[in-house]
Write a protein that binds this ligand. Structure first.
Ligand code: AMP
Length: 190
């Protein structure tokens, strides 16, 4: 199973990615988590991305694409994966396509978590209190939302046209949403 999970900042992608990936026995791969781990460890990559992330901007495509390609080529990802937070630009869509077609692989489905836009900022502000992420302050949250609408939301239309988009209602408890995603994906790939 090769899956993407998409949705606006605060839609719950990260939480659901972990549960859904565990259900299918595949790794959940989050570019945001990879970047945050590198920032925390003070690696060269971390130094390159920390200011960009703190400002709520996107890390350059080539750099992000290289990180993902390396991660997808690791042994645990040989039989499938769920990508959380990648691709975020049309350029990244192209890079993922190229990576897959070189390996005679294809995406099975693109999950889109739909959440009421008014709820998103509230959710992110609550997460800011709990997790203390450097990019979860109100100004950066609003900027990330704008960047998402401008650069990433158009990807949903692209995947919809390709018949890969599985829209799931992202309102409810973590368990309800998780069950909804699995039911929708199972029905889609059947
Ligand atoms: P996330 O945890 O998915 O919200 O990602 C946190 C931050 O990491 C984003 O706001 C970006 O700065 C960076 N990031 C994560 N994934 C990508 C990506 N695919 N392309 C560019 N930047 C990314």
């Amino acid at each position: 199973m090769r899956l993407l999970i998409m949705g606006a900042p605060g839609a719950g992608k990260g939480t659901q990615a972990v549960g859904v990936a565990a259900h299918y026995g595949i790794p959940a791969i989050s570019t945001g988590d990879i970047f945050r781990a590198n920032v925390k460890e003070g690696t060269e990559l971390g130094e390159q991305v920390s200011a960009i992330m703190a400002a709520g901007n996107y890390v350059p495509d080539e750099l992000t694409e290289r990180i993902v390609a390396d991660r997808l080529d690791r042994a645990d990802a040989a039989d499938g994966w769920l990508l959380d937070g990648f691709p975020r630009t049309l350029h990244q869509v192209g890079a993922l396509e190229a990576h897959l077609s070189e390996r005679s692989q294809a995406l099975d489905a693109v999950i889109c978590l739909d959440v009421n836009p008014e709820d998103l900022v509230t959710r992110l502000l609550r997460r800011a209190e709990i997790e203390g992420r450097a990019d979860d302050n109100e100004e950066t949250i609003r900027h990330r939302m704008d960047v998402y609408l401008e650069s990433t939301r158009p990807l949903l239309d692209a995947y919809e046209k390709r018949g890969l988009l599985v829209r799931v209602d992202g309102n409810g408890t973590v368990e309800e949403i998780g069950a909804r995603i699995i039911a929708a994906v199972d029905a889609f790939v059947a």
